[in-house]
Design a protein around this ligand. Structure first.
Ligand code: AHR
Length: 502
């Protein structure tokens, strides 16, 4: 079976947004404590950051990090995490039924972002708190000096302002599980007034209003419509959150999860544009897809409720397999395809909790299977995203009906003359021969072709076998003139890179 793909570097969607390859650090489980921060670990630096984790974070190629939650932020007091560590209060975290020591707070996070060379993206608490606390945090973080809170930051050791550009106005406030859960009208008003007040300090901030926690919410789309009716001219982004897992062993639908993500984004964009049209606004609201991943949430939900208030308990420490990695690669294709409107995204989360990086508190850190498609996409998606419309066989799924077996997107970087193709074969059983016509006047040569797949889709990486699953070279890529051919194995994600000239 053949799939035909025509690549034309003139069919651009949008530039690759540098913020598309973000991630998320929440005070949840062992993401922070014994994840990225562990002062007693042999690899810890002078700030207590695990160097082995930092190395992996840099290899992963993430750029923006959302912090400190998630559900956690909705009952968090940011002031607890500043000042001398010994004086910081211990609190109950209601979101994850944990004890929060506050040993890691705003300054530690900012230090860590410098060490990891990533941009911070800060969430304010609009669950138990409101406008004043958001303003206080903004003053503390971003005002240079000469006010009570900016001088306090300086006294706490940070002479330069943190200059955080991107701010989330709360988290998932449509969800009944959220501390401080609100109706769309309640949240829309609060988000609008918080945004208006924050812009009085700095009109150039980039603000994200909470969209739905998932497209399965009964309030989906009406939530976005009402929230944006209040906030349209005051915010830049509406958020999307989506997690995927196989339902009842249905691998075919799982591999096609990008279909759901496509539909989710298209629906939110349509809703935002509808609000804009009604307001006769020329402004466009973009999407911050600031939580996405594979998450075996049903396993977490099946556990009995926690009774202990543990410190950094193990929560949702998924061990990802090859199928999960293929799905993550496919979701990245969906995000890239929507680069004209999705200009920020965060793989949730970064370390230990539903994460591409795992740590042993007494040992090493290692990359999960999902690490690899993310790292390769983040490194090689450069320049302009190109629209591709693959033809070829269909594959049957229970959830989405028949979908095209091959999904694909490409990026073309004029500066370096490089073309990257990202290809997904969503058929669980059948390989597909991809026939790619490279519609460019330049002579291209093959740089490399790597695939994530395997005969055992359940294979995983572990502390003992951190490299059991790695991207493998595709053996049979043929390039004749402007036509490339390669086999996409069943249930596989593949990257093929070409250079121009030579
Ligand atoms: O990422 C884990 C959790 O998922 C976040 O805290 C919350 O925002 C979402 O429901």
């Amino acid at each position: 079976m053949e799939a035909h793909i025509y690549v034309d570097h003139r069919f651009t969607i949008a530039p690759v947004s540098p913020r598309l390859f973000g991630s998320f650090v929440e005070h949840m489980g062992r993401c922070v404590y014994t994840g990225l921060f562990q002062p007693d670990h042999p690899t810890a630096d002078e700030f207590g950051f695990r160097r082995d984790v930092l190395d992996l974070v840099r290899r992963l190629g993430v750029n923006t990090i959302r912090y400190p939650g998630g559900n956690f932020v909705s009952n968090y007091r940011w002031e607890d995490g500043i000042g001398p560590a010994a004086d910081r209060p211990t609190r109950l975290d209601l979101a994850w039924h944990s004890t929060e020591s506050n040993a890691f707070g705003l300054h530690e996070f900012m230090q860590w972002t410098h060490a990891a060379q990533v941009e911070p993206m800060m969430a304010v608490n609009l669950g138990t708190r409101g406008i004043q606390e958001a303003l206080d945090l903004l003053e503390y973080a971003n005002v240079r000096s000469g006010t009570a809170l900016s001088d306090k930051r300086i006294a706490n050791g940070a002479k330069e302002p943190f200059d955080i550009r991107m701010w989330c106005l709360g988290n998932e406030l449509d969800g009944p599980w959220q501390v401080g859960h609100k109706t769309a009208a309640e949240y829309g008003r609060l988000a609008a007034e918080t945004a208006r007040a924050m812009r009085l300090i700095d009109p150039s901030l980039e603000l994200v209003a909470c969209g739905s926690s998932s497209s399965a919410m009964t309030t989906f789309a009406s939530w976005e419509r009402e929230v944006l009716a209040h906030t349209y001219e005051l915010v830049d982004f509406i958020s999307c959150h989506a997690y995927y897992e196989p339902e009842n062993g249905d691998v075919a639908s799982f591999l096609a999860s990008g279909t759901d993500m496509d539909h989710f984004i298209d629906s939110v964009v349509a809703t935002a544009d509808h609000v804009g049209a009604r307001l006769k606004s020329r402004k466009k609201i973009n999407v911050s897809f600031d939580e996405w991943n594979v998450w075996y949430l049903s396993r977490l939900q099946a556990l009995p409720p926690a009774t202990e208030w543990s410190v950094a308990p193990r929560i949702s420490e998924e061990t990802y397999d090859i199928a999960d990695a293929v799905v993550v690669g496919g979701l990245l294709i969906s995000l890239l395809r929507h680069s004209d409107r999705v200009t920020a995204a965060s793989l949730a989360q970064l370390v230990n909790v539903i994460a591409p990086i795992s740590t042993d508190p007494e040992g090493a850190a290692w990359p999960q299977t999902t690490f690899h498609p993310f790292a390769l996409t983040a490194r090689h998606a450069r320049g302009q995203v190109l629209r591709l419309e693959p033809t070829g066989p269909l594959t049957a799924t229970e959830r989405y009906g028949e979908v095209r077996a091959v999904d694909a997107v490409a990026t073309w970087d004029d500066d370096s003359g490089s073309l990257a193709l990202f290809l997904l074969n969503r058929s669980p059983a059948d390989p597909v021969e991809a026939v790619v016509t490279l519609g460019t006047s330049q002579q291209l040569y093959l740089v490399e072709a790597l695939t994530v797949t395997g005969s055992d889709l359940r294979a995983t990486n572990t502390a003992e076998h951190p490299d059991r699953v790695v991207p493998l070279p595709v053996p049979d890529v043929k390039l004749e003139g402007q036509c490339a051919r390669l086999t996409l194995l069943a249930a596989s994600w593949t990257i093929v890179r070409f250079g121009a000239g030579g």
